[in-house]
Design a protein around this ligand. Structure first.
Ligand SMILES: O=C(O)C(=O)C[C@H](O)[C@H](O)COP(=O)(O)O
Length: 212
């Protein structure tokens, strides 16, 4: 099984929203992961877009047993390995390259690769991928675009990410080819900066209700 869906599927099916996190300060990682898990969102994606990201992943993996930490914005094989070694339990990429797919093949940690077009999706199906990130969701055509892929490309499931918030998440979640959505709205930068963890727990709990 190329994609290791046995590891990936429980993560994606476990909650309607995967928080996409930009962590500037390593010290924020553990309280943030705890706050999101307390609200019902244990799986989180820490993007490798800051210098603190790998240490943040390591801290959450070591100190927050209730969390399921993943790494996002993985662009190449080196980052894949670093993120996996730091304790990531899943890897998310905005798109794929042959080197990235090779890194995924030789790793124990599953990849959720990004794709938009029918051709990109078909190429990933040939590689054995059935669960994809649809990125950037709103900008690329939104829920209407994604819905139109559900019949011709039946069997491929998506986690749309990019431009999704509490107002439009439900539209995506109601599509037959959506398993969950990704978004940064549950952990706004200002609340993280101010350490308002209780408010983040409330946003997470509100997001969990989207599933009902
Ligand atoms: O870096 C990545 O891998 C990304 O996924 C890019 C964006 O951070 C997400 O798409 C979240 O987007 P917003 O919820 O619109 O803030």
């Amino acid at each position: 099984m190329t994609q290791k869906t046995d590891l990936l599927l429980p993560v994606l099916k476990g909650q309607p929203v995967i928080p996409v996190l930009l962590i500037q300060n390593v010290a924020d990682a553990v309280p943030l992961a705890r706050a999101l898990a307390a609200g019902g969102l244990p799986a989180i994606e820490i993007t490798l877009r800051t210098a603190a990201a790998l240490d943040a992943i390591r801290a959450v993996a070591n100190e927050v047993p209730e969390a399921i930490v993943g790494a996002g914005t993985i662009l190449n094989a080196r980052q894949y390995e670093e993120a996996a070694n730091a304790g990531s339990r899943f890897i998310v990429s905005p798109g794929v390259t042959p080197q990235l797919l090779e890194a995924a093949r030789s790793s124990k940690v599953p990849l959720l690769p990004g794709a938009i077009t029918p051709g990109e999706i078909m190429a990933l199906r040939e590689e054995g991928y059935t669960m994809l990130k649809f990125f950037p969701a709103e900008q690329a055509g939104g829920a209407a675009f994604l819905k139109s892929l559900s019949s011709p490309l039946a069997g491929t499931m998506f986690c749309p990410t990019g431009g999704i918030g509490i107002a439009n998440a439900k539209t995506y979640l109601s599509l037959p080819n959506v398993v969950c959505v990704g978004g940064s709205w549950v952990a706004p930068e200002n609340l993280v900066k101010e350490g308002k963890w209780d408010e983040i727990t409330k946003l997470a709990a509100e997001a969990v209700k989207l599933a009902s």
